[in-house]
Design a protein around this ligand. Sequence first.
Ligand SMILES: Cc1ncc(COP(=O)(O)O)c(C=O)c1O
Length: 490
Amino acid sequence: MDKLPIDLFNEFSQQREGEILYQLLYRCLQQGILKGLLKGGERLPSSRELAAQLKVSRNTVRMAYDQLIAEGYVESHQGAGSFITSLPEKLIHPPVDSSRDEALPPELSELAQRYMASSSLYASGCMLLQPAVQPMDHFPRKRWRRCLSAAADVDAMFGQPPAGLRLLREQIAGHLSTFRGIQVSAEQILITSGSQQASFMLASMLCNPGDRVLLETPGYPGTEAVLAAAGACVKHINWQVLQDAQALNACLTGSDARALFITPSRNFPLGHTLPLEARLRILHWAAQNNRWIVEDDYDSEFAEGHPVSALFALDQGKRVIYTGTFSRTMFPALRLGYMVLPEALVPAFLKARRLMDGGLSAVAQAAMGHFMSQGDYSRHIRKMRQLYQERRSILEKLLADSALSHLPVTDAGGGMHLVLALPDSVDDKALVHDLMAEGIGIRALSHYASGNTSLKGLVIGFALNNADEMQQGIDRVEAHYLKLTAKTSG
Ligand SMILES: Cc1ncc(COP(=O)(O)O)c(C=O)c1O
């Protein structure tokens, strides 16, 4: 063949920016062969002929031919030229299954279908009054930069243990001893990419599809999503039941649940602490029946006053797994957290970790380890505790001075957000929807209250904004609240 059909090179006129010419030529020829436009056994024009036809350099054609030869589309015969490889017809023109409906989702495993069915966690990107977001203008960037730079010299660039960098695990063990009354060795600590990954691993390592699992409500939707993905059959325990010893006893007696996922130190988002009797009761239930308790301790660092000791520290039966995160105390994009395992669970989790991903980036872990070992972490927490307390008081005052003053603040204090209860007649999701349109990141309490429709309220963050910003936000909440209540009563 002296010349190739010009239709083959239609794509030449659509060359994308940055695309290398020989790769484009290669693709045109490859598609021509796969679509059967160039037949097996046919001789390709010489590189000189094709270069002249397409007005490109001979080198471009040679490189495209070399690629086709390397991949087996074309065979080069010494002295005779380059020939298109003969391939079985049915592989070149695979029969198209006309019954296949392109609109149907691809065939996926049951696990993948459960992922698809889970509700996605929303990050609104609205920066006013958004809960769980830190004021990065108060973050000690210089000190952090120094730790990142020290991490570049980390010795352990090879052979990192799947549990995580020893330096960081030792620092976490020390932090847990000082702040949470937990005495553990670094061997029991597994570094994760955050509490969400910890819950995910725990759901799949502790539960089989179809197993019943108890989950407090309201709660963090991400936990329910991973339980659903693991195929667990979730049974909600209402927070009021958890506060009432008799009701809790009735719920646990005879329960075949394999595990209980809970935030005992500060319910998320209500902020309530699980009473002592309830703590002892769930520990007793787990020990007597060989069940597991997953303790999500997401923000005790910002508890009002001294935080209650962790359930893990109370547990004699070694049935509690503790999960912690740096997302609140540092920043979420760091993607570092940890779990503390009873010794008996360690070998299985290490094996799983090695298989999953071999552990996390040693660089981020080393930086965090240095930040902790130099006292920067505890200093930062102390400063943020103080700042958040001040900001909480400012927000409470703004609410008290507004038309929302009759609405009770129902959470237990401290933290990075407060909960403002709304009357049953107000649709909190509708209110939040309107606020988001104005860049206000307040969340609806009912969003967290799966299985409990009676909870209505606003989860209002105060950590991120200064007094002026909070004033702006509350003015908007007030206006929208009054508009919505006028509509409902009118
Ligand atoms: C109660 C609770 N658990 C878990 C998580 C997940 O946190 P991480 O960023 O560590 O995955 C969050 C995030 O806000 C949370 O609020």
